[in-house]
Design a protein around this ligand. Structure first.
Ligand code: PMP
Length: 406
C-alpha cells in the first residue's frame, strides 16, 4: 500500500474542486497545480512584483532573493553541486536547444557521431537530427526490443560518439532507462551525455551528480510548477565550455562597441527578463513534492501503474506498449484498442470526463518504428488513484460497445 492520502492531496488542487468528476490522466503532457503553487505566483504579483537582478529598491531585492532561493532549491532537489550548475530556461525543449546551439555547434564536427534513441520525444530528436545535417555528422539511433526497452546490443553504437542524448523515461512507453549505466558507457567512450529528464523528474528522486550526466533537462510544468520555466542542469566545467545561445541583457558582464564579455555562470545563459513568477511558483512546487517525498510518489505510481496494466490487460483487444514490469517503467501507458481509433477513444472518454491523450505524443519516429499511426496514452500522478483506472477501463469498454467490437 502507498502511504499517500490521495483524497487529501486532491483537496489541494482547485481544478478538482471546480470539476469534481474530472479524471485527469494526461499529466505526462502537463500536471495540475496545487493551491500552494498558485498562491506563490499570486503573492509575487500581489506583494513584491519587480524585475529581478536589476533594482536596488526593497521589492526588487525581495524578488531577486526569492528567485535565487529557488535556484538553491533546484540544486538540492537534483543533488547538483552548486547553483552555477542550474540554468533557468523556458522548458525542456529550450534547455536541449541551448545545449545543441551552445555546446553542439561548437564541438560537433564533420564525421562526428551523435547517438540518440528511437524513443526520444521530438525535443530530443529534431535538434540532433538538424545539428547532424548542419555539420555533416552521423546520427545513430539505439533501437528498442520487444518489451519497449533500449536494445542493449545497440549500446555498441556509443563507441566513438561525441554525444549521447537520451531520455530518462519515455513519454510513450514509460520505459525507465538506466541512465547511470549509459553515462558510464558514454564517458568511457569519451562522449558527453545529455539526459532528457522531462518525464522522470516529476516522479522519482533524481541525483544528477550520481547519474553523472553532463546535462539534465526538464520542465517545471510537468512537476506541479507553472508553465514558462524549465531547467538545464550542466556540470560546471562543461557549462564553462558551452557558449551562450541567446544574447542580450543580464548575460553579459561588459559590452563595448567592438566587443562583449559574458557574465559568470549561470547568468551567462539567462538573457533578458526571466520568468520570475514561474520560477517562484516552481519553488513552491518543489516544496510540495518534497513534503510528499519522491520515494512515496514513485511507490504510489508503481502501485497505480501495476493495477492499470493488470486491469487494461483483462480487456479484450487492448494492446499495451512498453515494459510489463512496473519497476522498469513510470506511470505512462500507451495503448491501442482494436477497432477503435485513438482519437475516437479519447472523445468517448471525454464524455465521461476522463482526459487522456491520443496521437503520436511528439514521438513520431517511435510510432513509425511500432508501425502505429497513433496511440492512446494514460499517465498518472499524485492525484490519481485506482478509481481513476476503473473509470478509464469502463470508458474503454463503453467505446468497444459503441464501435461494436468484442
Ligand atoms: N521530453 C520529453 C520526454 C517529454 O515528455 C516532453 C514533453 N512532452 C518534452 C521533452 C518537452 O517538454 P516541453 O514541452 O516542456 O519543452
Amino acid at each position: 500500500m502507498s502511504n499517500m492520502n490521495i483524497d487529501k492531496i486532491k483537496e489541494d488542487f482547485p481544478i478538482f474542486k471546480n470539476n469534481p468528476t474530472l479524471v485527469y490522466l494526461d499529466s505526462a503532457a502537463t500536471s495540475q497545480r496545487p493551491q500552494q503553487v498558485i498562491d506563490a505566483v499570486n503573492e509575487f504579483y500581489t506583494n513584491y512584483n519587480a524585475n529581478v537582478h536589476r533594482g536596488i529598491y526593497k521589492i526588487s531585492e525581495e524578488a531577486s532573493e526569492k528567485f535565487e532561493n529557488v535556484r538553491t532549491k533546484v540544486r538540492d532537489f537534483i543533488s547538483a553541486k552548486s547553483e552555477q550548475e542550474i540554468i533557468f530556461t523556458k522548458n525542456t525543449t529550450e534547455s536541449i536547444n541551448l545545449v545543441m546551439r551552445g555546446w553542439g555547434e561548437k564541438n560537433i564536427k564533420k564525421g562526428d557521431k551523435i547517438v540518440i534513441s528511437i524513443m526520444e520525444h521530438h525535443s530530443n530528436f529534431v535538434p540532433w537530427q538538424q545539428l547532424a545535417k548542419q555539420k555533416g555528422a552521423k546520427l545513430e539511433i539505439i533501437d528498442i526490443n520487444e518489451e519497449g526497452e533500449l536494445k542493449e546490443s545497440d549500446f555498441e553504437k556509443i563507441k566513438g560518439a561525441k554525444l549521447l542524448a537520451i531520455t530518462h523515461v519515455s513519454n510513450v512507453l514509460g520505459t525507465l532507462n538506466n541512465v547511470n549505466k549509459l553515462c558510464k558507457l558514454a564517458h568511457d567512450a569519451g562522449a558527453k551525455v545529455l539526459v532528457d529528464g522531462a518525464q522522470s523528474i516529476p516522479h522519482m528522486q533524481i541525483d544528477a551528480s550520481a547519474i553523472d550526466c553532463d546535462f539534465f533537462a526538464f520542465s517545471g510544468h510537468k512537476m506541479l510548477g507553472p508553465t514558462g520555466v524549465g531547467i538545464l542542469y550542466g556540470k560546471e566545467q562543461v557549462l564553462e565550455e558551452t557558449d551562450p545561445f541567446l544574447y542580450g541583457g543580464d548575460m553579459i558582464s561588459e559590452v563595448h562597441v567592438e566587443e562583449s564579455k559574458w557574465n559568470e555562470l549561470p547568468f551567462k545563459f539567462e538573457s533578458g527578463t526571466p520568468p520570475a513568477s514561474s520560477v517562484i511558483g516552481l519553488g513552491a512546487a518543489i516544496d510540495y513534492l518534497g513534503k510528499l517525498g519522491m520515494e512515496n510518489i514513485r511507490k504510489h505510481e508503481q502501485i497505480i501503474t501495476q493495477y492499470a496494466l493488470q486491469k487494461m490487460t483483462e480487456i479484450n483487444g487492448v494492446n499495451i506498449f512498453g515494459p510489463k514490469n512496473p519497476e522498469k517503467r513510470a506511470g505512462v501507458i500507451a495503448f491501442t484498442v482494436n477497432g477503435v481509433h485513438p482519437h475516437d477513444l479519447a472523445s468517448i472518454l471525454d464524455e465521461y470526463n476522463v482526459a487522456i491523450r491520443s496521437g503520436h505524443h511528439c514521438a513520431m519516429p517511435l510510432h513509425e518504428r511500432l508501425a502505429l499511426p497513433a496511440s492512446s496514452r494514460a499517465s498518472f500522478y499524485i492525484y490519481n488513484d485506482k478509481k481513476d483506472v476503473d473509470k478509464l477501463c469502463d470508458g474503454i469498454k463503453e467505446a468497444k460497445k459503441i464501435f461494436k467490437v468484442d
